[in-house]
Design a protein around this ligand. Structure first.
Ligand code: URA
Length: 210
């Protein structure tokens, strides 16, 4: 995956995203759609892993068959909304190792502060997929990737549902080596850092905490 930003234009992804954006979509529907869309996005984000071959026997004859090479992939949820993407991705990649990064924005400095971190071992040997549905200002995404790099991750992808030009530019500036995969590049941010047109607070939509 060489390009920095990939917008997944698959019709199923776009259709599901439209349903998720509607303000009267219920929590139950939002969750179901999020699970379905994250599975489709996971398909796109996992185009790259190296394959090797292994000798197997089909009912007809022996063959050299392709198999994934290397250590199990690491999936990192950026709390709390990242958790909403996990089920769908894990359905596709059930053997993935899972980690969590918790960040909050300090009200005085507006800088992201880490409050939780638990990541799989040997990140340097794994493809690492960081997930957060909303790439808005990019501040917390950049901080989460900083942290993953400090933990040794080298081969990182960032998966989100919606991105903004501001967030993408901020990520490209800080982490040009980290490709971003998203379902939509939205218009921009409002004065409170919400994505326009967006879908509101993703955590509230998926957890029903509005
Ligand atoms: N986080 C959200 O949940 N929604 C936005 O629009 C921006 C950040």
């Amino acid at each position: 995956m060489t390009q920095h930003l990939t917008v997944v234009t698959h019709p199923l992804v776009q259709h599901k995203l439209t349903l998720m954006r509607k303000k009267d979509t219920s929590t139950a529907s939002f969750r179901r759609l999020l699970r379905e869309i994250s599975l489709l996005l996971a398909y796109e984000v996992t185009r790259e892993p190296e394959l090797t071959t292994t000798e197997i026997e089909t009912p007809m004859c022996p063959m050299q068959a392709p198999i994934l090479e290397g250590k199990k992939l690491a999936l990192i949820s950026i709390l709390r909304a990242g958790n909403g993407l996990m089920d769908g991705i894990l359905e596709l990649i059930p053997a993935a190792r899972v980690g969590f990064v918790g960040l909050y924005r300090d009200p005085a400095t507006l800088k992201p502060v880490q409050y939780y971190r638990k990541v799989p071992s040997q990140l340097d040997a794994r493809m690492t997929i960081a997930v957060d549905p909303m790439l808005a200002t990019g501040n917390s995404s950049v901080a989460a990737i900083d942290l993953l790099k400090r933990e040794g991750a080298r081969n990182i992808r960032f998966l989100c549902l919606l991105a903004t030009p501001e967030g993408v530019a901020r990520m490209k500036d800080a982490h040009p080596d980290v490709p971003i995969i998203t379902a939509s590049l939205d218009q921009g941010l409002d004065d409170h850092g919400y994505i326009i047109p967006g879908l509101g607070d993703a955590g509230d939509c998926m957890f029903g905490t509005k």
